[in-house]
Ligand binder design. Structure first.
Ligand SMILES: [Ca+2]
Ligand SMILES: [Ca+2]
Length: 232
């Protein structure tokens, strides 16, 4: 096999390796909408109720007045403590959601393009004054992914909850938060997150024809010219 053919084989090998790498590369994709509860805006330092249409249609609540959003550091009234202003990640909380003695859910679909089944579910919880709460995660194909678990026991700090899960492409995920206690004695939640690794799309044929193929032709031409000079 001559040197020119060897060079072309090497170039084709590099291109194929690059294509395979492009297909395998993945990025974290967030599947929870408005998980920081920053929309719509609360009155500064206070709290307010809002409807599903403003927080996002994939969220539901059984609280009759709607979703109860609180501003960062909001204080309902003494002797209650204000909401801790720093989340478990060390950053300011912004707004957060009071679950109330009710049920709050969030649903979304896992992308059908999913290759890697690993997912990460996480959120912060703060027990405002008393009561308690539980949460669970269910997949429409996978079944129960997180069993009913205590949400928060701290009235003075946000508690981080992190779960590594395995999900199936295309299934629907249901996250459920349940407050237990009387009104005003229930956990708050913040920075609800559910991430998966989704492969990045392959470069299109037009990308190859517009950039790499001309480059290969130029490289091949240079190689031929160099080979010709050596022969001359
Ligand atoms: Ca927030
Ligand atoms: Ca946050």
């Amino acid at each position: 096999m001559d040197q020119i053919r060897l060079t072309w084989l090497a170039v084709v090998g590099v291109v194929l390796t690059t294509a395979a790498g492009g297909a395998a590369a993945a990025g974290k994709t967030e599947l929870v909408a408005n998980g920081e509860f920053e929309s719509p805006a609360c009155p500064p330092g206070g709290f307010g109720f809002c409807g599903t249409e403003s927080i996002g249609s994939s969220w539901t609540t059984t609280t009759p007045a709607g979703f109860e959003l609180w501003a960062e550091g909001a204080l309902f009234g003494l002797p209650e403590p204000p909401s801790p202003t720093i989340g478990a990640d060390g950053h300011p909380t912004g707004q957060h959601l009071e679950v109330n003695p009710d049920t709050v859910t969030h649903t979304f679909a896992v992308p059908s393009s999913l290759v890697d089944p690993s997912a990460t579910f996480s959120f912060d919880a703060w027990l405002r004054i008393a009561g308690s709460g539980t949460y669970e995660v269910t997949g429409s194909s996978s079944g129960t992914l997180v069993e009913t678990t205590v949400m928060s026991l701290s009235t003075t700090a946000w508690t981080a909850h992190v779960h590594s899960l395995s999900v199936l492409p295309g299934e629907t995920i249901l996250i459920t938060f349940i407050g237990i206690g009387t009104a005003g004695e229930n956990p708050h939640i913040d920075q609800v997150s559910f991430t998966v690794d989704v492969p990045e799309p392959m470069p299109t044929l037009s990308f190859w024809s517009a950039t790499l193929l001309p480059l290969l032709l130029v490289l091949g031409g240079l190689r031929l010219a160099a080979s010709g000079r050596r022969l001359a």
